[in-house]
Design a protein around this ligand. Structure first.
Ligand code: ADP
Ligand code: ZN
Length: 364
């Protein structure tokens, strides 16, 4: 088991290893007196891992409560949030109790937001069961739900009290979910660790989960410790995301996040090289790994998507989507831009220049 200590406004440990879902109770009991542990999960994850976590909590002396919702991003809304906090109130949770978010990013985000706001903030623990949540959303304390006007528009910074990442749970992930995580992991390599990049180029992520997840979490730890409230430095984590979000948006959220980020990363890296920000050969190295994983490179449709849909991902249409992004206000745009494999920089441009980047990145 690997342990990474995150020193933000509150300090907490991220535990990464095999079998942790069955040890949540025992490990939580080391720092938390007997209380109510309120487990929030989606139907898929609860069916697979709910029993294991509940039994471990009960064995360690916790009283348990549960809330299980329909899987998917469409549940990450005010309605589900309302049902969660109403049930927490009916179960008489107090500030001495704890919420357990068992699942992927959707579960982590909505449970974290419920914990951040219920009684003005109660403790919560993340038990990420997707590779994406393990390397990204479960660490760093960003919690949110979606509004009709856009994703993640209602949220709070609220750090978890602990993160228990059981890498065994990744064995049941659907292929697309596995690839979502791989795309973000390749991103971590690109933005800050050539060694990680090479290690996942040489060996599929699934063959060394513990080492790969620990490396990503440690990188995220450092970034979050330096910019807990997302005022600047955390933006490097957006590598590939400005273009990626535009692709997701234009596809009506049919293209999965990881595929969109992979494509976005390829576009921005090609552009960086063509505009002489990145060393020659950087894009070629990235493309080789992206293709090895069967991820899209931004110039052809993602696997399973008809080629003609590519028309929807032209420079022009992605530019329009990026301009309409609710979170990008003002006349400027900050991009995370690779300089070489393992290093990237933040670059602020006029929004109108973004179209040149998309074209330089190979989009028609
Ligand atoms: P994210 O990709 O942001 O982590 P979700 O929380 O929506 O997103 O999870 C993605 C999908 O994967 C959901 O349908 C969820 O039920 C399912 N899922 C999560 N963890 C596992 C797992 N370990 N095994 C099988 N399915 C899982
Ligand atoms: Zn992402």
């Amino acid at each position: 088991m690997k342990v990474i200590s995150v020193k933000t406004s509150t300090e907490y440990n991220v535990y990464i290893g095999s079998g942790l879902a069955g040890r949540v109770g025992e490990m939580l009991a080391e720092t938390t007196s007997p209380c109510t542990a309120f487990v929030i999960s989606d139907e898929n994850v609860f069916r697979l891992y709910g029993e294991r976590v509940l039994a471990s909590l009960a064995n360690a002396g916790f009283r348990t409560g549960t809330f299980v919702f329909e899987p998917g991003e469409q549940s990450k809304n005010i309605e589900t949030y309302g049902k969660i906090v109403e049930k927490m109130a009916r179960e008489k949770l107090t500030r001495s109790d704890v919420v357990i978010a068992l699942g992927g990013g959707v579960t982590g985000d909505i449970s974290g937001f419920a914990a951040a706001t219920f009684l003005r903030g109660i403790k919560y623990v993340q038990v990420p069961t997707t590779l994406l949540a393990a390397v990204d959303s479960s660490v760093g304390g960003k919690t949110a739900i979606d509004l009709n006007a856009g994703k993640n528009l209602l949220g709070a910074f609220w750090q978890p009290a602990a993160v228990f990442c059981d890498t065994d749970t990744f064995s049941t992930l659907p292929e697309a979910e596995y690839l979502n995580g791989c795309a973000e992991i390749i991103k971590y390599g690109m933005l800050g660790s050539e060694e990680l990049f090479e290690s996942v180029a040489a060996l599929p992520v699934s063959l060394h989960y513990d080492a790969v997840v620990a490396k990503c979490v440690d990188m995220k730890r450092e970034i979050v410790e330096n910019d807990e409230f997302d005022r600047g430095g955390r933006m490097v984590l957006n590598l590939g995301h400005t273009v990626g979000h535009a692709i997701e948006n234009k596809s009506g959220y049919m293209v999965p996040h990881g595929m969109a980020v992979a494509a976005g990363m390829c576009v921005i890296t090609r552009a960086a090289e063509n505009l002489a920000f990145a060393e020659k050969g950087t894009a070629e190295r990235l493309l080789r790994v992206i293709r090895e994983y069967g991820l899209p490179d931004g110039t052809s449709a993602p696997a399973g998507f008809p080629e003609e849909e590519l028309a929807g991902f032209s420079a022009e249409s992605l530019f329009e989507a990026a301009m309409n992004d609710k979170k990008a206000s003002g006349s400027k745009l900050t991009l995370a831009v690779p300089k070489r494999v393992g290093e990237c920089a933040l670059l602020t441009i006029e929004k109108s220049e973004f179209i040149d980047w998309l074209r330089a990145g190979g989009l028609k």
